[in-house]
Design a protein around this ligand. Structure first.
Ligand code: PEP
Length: 246
């Protein structure tokens, strides 16, 4: 099973649901639809509305983050997994580099993953090295630490790992297919040791569009894509799926 996940970041109003309706229509008519799932993470403000609309449809809705405490607490502006689940969302991203840059530590991320799974959300756990780490050949070291500091065996069934090199997010710069293959195999080996079983899905994110997906599809180890910019247009998002299966 492959995953095509759209992350809207700080984008979207109630009307933007039309973008997802077009993608849903494409999905229902696509002959390849049994091979993949579509998930979208709109901002918190749209979770309830979109989750209700897509309840019995093919697109699943998730949040972009969640707070590191359970249920309710006196933290202004915070939203817990319990609250996200209560409005019908099924997934959450955790550890996106946007949030790591703003101060999310491994300890905070571990709590976020734990509470999300406790509240029956499936977690898309994001990891990735930045430009300096890549330049200093620290990629594997960084990825290993990000995975082993947070993930535990008991999370296995509810995790998708998204490898997103920070230097590739929103820049148009992408890893070569050989490089991506090596890194994905490395991540899968770490996960195999961590979970002592088959690995959960590992997807790729960073400047994925209709063009770049052509080179990524050579990497059979990749189980799907996390798409930022190109997920805000139904045409661009559909082109990614079409070109992947072409
Ligand atoms: C992202 O924000 O997770 C992302 C991968 O963005 P983009 O596709 O725009 O590089």
């Amino acid at each position: 099973m492959k995953y095509f996940i759209g992350n809207w970041k700080m984008f979207g109003s109630p009307k933007s649901i039309n973008i997802l309706k077009k993608i849903n229509l494409f999905y229902t008519r696509d002959k390849n639809r049994k091979k993949y799932r579509i998930i979208f993470t709109p901002p918190y403000t749209l979770l309830q509305n979109y989750s209700n609309y897509f309840k019995n449809k093919k697109i699943s809705i998730g949040s972009q983050n969640c707070y590191q405490k359970d249920k309710f607490s006196s933290n202004t502006g915070a939203i817990s997994s319990y609250m996200i689940k209560s409005v019908g969302a099924k997934y959450t991203l955790v550890g996106h580099s946007d949030n790591r840059i703003e101060g999310d530590t491994d300890l905070m991320l571990k709590k976020k993953v734990s509470y999300a799974i406790k509240n029956n959300l499936r977690v898309v756990f994001c990891i990735g090295e930045n430009k300096t780490e890549k330049k200093n050949k620290k990629t594997f070291q960084v990825l290993k630490k990000q995975l082993t500091n947070v993930l535990e065996k008991k999370f296995y069934n509810n995790i998708i790992v998204a490898y997103e090199p920070v230097w590739s997010i929103g820049t148009g710069e992408i890893p070569s297919s050989q490089n991506l293959k090596e890194t994905t195999i490395y991540i899968k080996n770490i996960l195999k040791n961590l979970f002592r079983s088959k690995t959960p899905p590992v997807i790729y994110g960073g400047s994925v569009d209709g063009l770049s997906v052509q080179s990524f599809k050579e990497v059979k180890e990749i189980d799907g894509f996390l798409v930022g910019g190109a997920s805000k247009s139904s045409k661009k998002f559909i082109d990614i799926i079409k070109n992947y299966y072409r």
